[in-house]
Design a protein. Structure first.
Length: 160
């Protein structure tokens, strides 16, 4: 017997089944606003020549503050690189073992990002985020370097 929800589209799973997302390592994350609302950059007008560094809006500055606060809330988590786009954020999140190489009771990537998203939404005064986020487990140095370059160049491509 078919239930009344079977005709609804299925949400695509974007996590690796059985993977422990508190495992030390680097993660590439993309977090989007709900309905891709463009609220993180200040308007730059219709000038043909665009500024090299687009100023962040108030919401964008709050997102940056939330990102920069992550290591103070999670001692074994760092944000190695990030960029804030008009309607999404890219970042490399690193979960580290303690100084003896042991795994501390690490938070999951979802917990870290969920906490940051909730804080930003509370500061803005309304929910602004898409339900989930895209993640990619960085597997080696080449992966890491390519993603670093992607994050570095993404705002430039957007402005061209």
């Amino acid at each position: 017997m078919e239930d009344k929800y079977s005709s609804f589209p299925k949400r695509k799973q974007n996590r690796i089944e059985g993977y422990d997302y508190s495992t030390p390592g680097a993660y590439f994350l993309t977090i989007c606003t709900a309905n891709r609302e463009r609220i993180f950059w200040s308007p730059v007008g219709a000038d043909i020549i665009r500024p090299e560094n687009v100023p962040l809006s108030t919401a964008g500055k709050l997102v940056e503050q939330g990102i920069l606060q992550v290591p103070s809330h999670y001692e074994n988590v760092s944000v190695d690189k990030y960029c804030i786009m008009p309607d999404h954020v890219h970042l490399i999140l690193q979960i580290k073992p303690d100084i003896d190489g042991r795994i501390i009771s690490a938070p999951t990537v979802s917990r870290v990002i969920g906490s940051m998203k909730r804080w930003v939404s509370k500061q803005i005064g309304r929910p602004i985020w898409q339900k989930s986020f895209y993640e990619y487990v960085i597997r080696n140095r080449q992966d890491y370097d390519e993603i670093w370059k992607y994050i570095e160049n993404n705002p430039l491509k957007y402005l061209l």
